[in-house]
Design a protein around this ligand. Structure first.
Ligand SMILES: NC(=O)c1ccc[n+]([C@@H]2O[C@H](COP(=O)([O-])OP(=O)(O)OC[C@H]3O[C@@H](n4cnc5c(N)ncnc54)[C@H](OP(=O)(O)O)[C@@H]3O)[C@@H](O)[C@H]2O)c1
Length: 314
């Protein structure tokens, strides 16, 4: 039996539950391709699943969906970039040697050498050609942060002169949201913590406000769009004030409004924006595969700047 290395989570708990193990190398079915994974990400979703820290009323639905005593797929990881190694006879969009990136959704499985993916979108994921001008590690940032940010922002018709506030501008989706809103011509106010103010200005933000300081509230203007990229579980007085700082016809969006859509068309548009230099995905840290526990500990602290990637193969 051919095997591969994988990071497995055999019980819910602290980062230390993650172990490196050998698992059977998957074989693609007719409508699947085998992808050799070069990089993955440690996302908030991975932390959420591994720790199983959910509100008490959600514990039963969560475990029904993910597995009762451990994740049903013990190989975590929702984000991948890599190279197509072989294809089933029903695959026509991709060929052997293509550099691809994408998400697996809650079917997970990206913390491993290999993954089988369909080329069509489904709740088990989406895949597209990776931007040529960035590394595999950077591509994981573009895939996750891009899909999260774009599903909220693309349909909003942000245009020149619009005032846009990005709350949580220093995270994976926030960094992409700032760059995209600037590209559309908006005046962008970026809200982040004290150590990220210069960083978000370097992404193009016109103004950077510290959510830990109540004086920031006095600097708020009236916005056409306020986009909360940190989600409903994290708040502050500044977040409440930002939510109220809307023009009469302004819109407030939360990244947690609706499920993440796994759409390769949107990934293709992200690829174009990255290749044309409009969006530059940001990695805070890149960890080797063997240091997955340290990577989870770091992301769990909640203050990464951009994405945290993990190199799977070089
Ligand atoms: N809709 C869906 O299906 C779906 C799927 C996946 C994820 N999500 C949501 O997407 C969220 C964002 O994910 P992400 O990976 O882009 O975020 P992230 O990278 O983890 O965001 C980290 C940033 O959040 C900032 N932050 C932490 N606490 C904050 C607070 N109270 N107020 C303001 N900023 C705060 C930190 O900035 P400082 O260091 O400056 O404090 C850090 O830079 C997740 O938390 C989840 O809620 C939704």
């Amino acid at each position: 039996m051919e095997t591969m290395k994988a990071i497995v989570c055999e019980k819910y708990g602290l980062p230390e539950v993650l172990k490196i193990a050998q698992r059977k190398k998957p074989m693609p079915k007719k409508n699947e391709m085998l992808i050799k994974i070069y990089a993955t990400s440690v996302t908030n979703s991975d932390i959420f699943i591994r720790s199983s820290h959910v509100d008490p009323q959600l514990i039963v639905p969560f475990r029904l969906m993910m597995g009762f005593t451990r994740p049903r797929n013990p190989i975590l990881g929702e984000v991948f970039s890599g190279v197509v190694e072989s294809t089933g006879s029903g695959i026509w969009r991709f060929g052997v040697g293509d550099h691809v990136y994408g998400l697996t959704g809650f079917s997970l499985g990206a913390y491993a050498d290999y993954l089988c993916m369909k080329e069509t979108d489904s709740k088990k994921g989406c895949v597209a050609l990776k931007p040529k001008n960035i590394s595999f590690e950077e591509a994981t940032s573009a895939a996750y942060g891009g899909l999260l940010a774009f599903q909220s922002l693309e349909k909003r018709n942000i245009s020149a002169g619009h005032k846009v506030l990005i709350y949580g501008a220093s995270g994976t989706s926030g960094t992409i949201a700032v760059q995209y809103a600037k590209h559309c011509g908006a005046m962008v106010t970026a809200v982040c913590g004290p150590s990220s103010l210069d960083f978000v200005r370097s992404l193009g933000a016109d103004m950077a406000l510290d959510y830990t300081k109540n004086e920031s509230i006095r600097c708020l203007e009236k916005y056409d769009l306020v986009f909360d990229t940190v989600g409903k579980r994290k708040t502050s007085d500044m977040k409440k004030a930002s939510r109220a700082a809307l023009k009469a016809n302004g819109t407030y969006l939360s990244i947690d409004d609706g499920a993440l859509l796994l759409e390769s068309d949107r990934l293709n548009r992200i690829t174009s924006l990255v290749e044309s230099g409009i969006i530059k995905p940001v990695n805070d840290r890149v960890y080797p595969f063997e240091q997955i526990v340290a990577a989870h500990r770091y992301v769990e602290m909640g203050h990464k700047k951009g994405n945290v990637a993990v190199t799977v193969n070089c």
